[in-house]
Ligand binder design. Structure first.
Ligand SMILES: C[S@@+](CC[C@H](N)C(=O)[O-])C[C@H]1O[C@@H](n2cnc3c(N)ncnc32)[C@H](O)[C@@H]1O
Length: 308
């Protein structure tokens, strides 16, 4: 496991994101969540603790506790833990890496991973193996990853060519009267090749070229069926697989033009009428055509005995 560069990159990426959010707003938005909440309510028991991995500011820990669940959380960005502890000093939340959890085997009845597995450039195997280790037999996990849906499979390769040709190409930028985005293209090219050599071919990678830090791996998007291979290899029972729609998939493609409330940066955007019409057509074609996420409900095989 390569820790230092990964940790440095991920911490700096997420510290920025979380510093712009308010824990109380996030807790308030949990109630209306249409992604994870219905599955948490359906599959988690109030007996035994639920671990959220990559919990950010920890809104789910608080919200699920108000519903009577017992929770714990792990997050790699120390600032998140500090913010959470300021408001909830008694919460069980700590700094840690989901690929090497600071808990004994069979410690949890539930496991949550919302938008985390895709951030490992080496893929999700190690994280899922850790999940299996800390889940007790019969324990349940709810996991989401971003979908590389049918629409994006057609659009992203075209977008990639346009980005390479226009955004980063110094000649194209000069022709448009703009200065080159990258200071040292030869160094950036070498770093980019090194990063690309680590990528897994079964996923679609998002890479951002930061003018100061160089190429950064952001996340993978995941094709239908790809995570199932890992779950089967680990002999985990797949209880449910759901393609999930969210308005954010529109903003990935064309900004906020299909949002009913484009001016505000809300946690729960709504689609305008053209957006809803398009979404209805896409859903009619296939639930995998324009879904934002794949959600998996997974069970560790075996029966739990409190005497064990
Ligand atoms: C998309 S956010 C999701 C946060 C939270 N689950 C939610 O639903 O609001 C991904 C989170 O995973 C964290 N993360 C990424 N890699 C991690 C790792 N190896 N160990 C622990 N946390 C990690 C990031 O710092 C970030 O807070």
């Amino acid at each position: 496991m390569e820790t230092s560069k990964y940790t440095e990159d991920i911490v700096s990426q997420w510290r920025e994101t979380w510093s712009a959010k308010k824990l109380q707003d996030l807790i308030a938005s949990c109630e209306n969540d249409e992604v994870g909440l219905p599955y948490f309510l359906k599959h988690f028991s109030k007996e035994g603790k639920i671990l959220e991995c990559g919990c950010g500011l920890g809104q789910w820990l608080v919200y699920l506790q108000t519903l009577g669940y017992q929770t714990a959380g792990v997050e790699i960005v120390p600032d998140c833990i500090a913010v959470h502890k300021r408001y909830y000093p008694d919460s069980e939340i700590e700094v840690g890496d989901v690929r090497s959890l600071p808990f004994p085997d069979n410690a949890f009845a539930g496991y949550i991973s919302i938008g985390v597995l895709e951030h490992m450039i080496e893929g999700p195997r190690e994280t899922l193996a850790e999940m299996k280790r800390v889940l007790r037999p019969g324990g349940t996990a709810v996991i989401t990853v971003p979908a590389f849906n049918y629409f994006l499979r057609a659009w992203y390769p075209i977008r990639q060519i346009l980005v390479d040709l226009v955004k980063y190409n110094p000649w194209a930028r000069r022709a448009m009267g703009k200065s080159p985005l990258l200071k040292n293209t030869r160094k950036t090219d070498a770093e980019l090749q090194e990063l690309k050599s680590q990528l897994l071919p079964q996923f679609w990678p998002s890479i951002r070229i930061d003018p100061d830090k160089g190429p950064l791996f952001i996340e993978y998007k995941v094709k239908r069926g790809a995570i199932e291979n890992y779950l089967n290899d680990l002999d985990l029972e797949i209880v449910e697989v759901a393609p999930i729609f969210h308005p954010y998939v529109f903003s990935d493609v064309c900004g906020k033009v299909f949002f009913a409330n484009p001016g505000s940066d809300v946690e729960s955007p709504r689609l305008n009428i053209p957006g809803r019409a398009l979404n209805a057509i896409f859903k009619f074609l296939s639930p995998h055509f324009f879904n934002y996420l794949y959600l998996y409900v997974v069970r560790k095989k075996g029966k739990y005995s409190s005497k064990a």
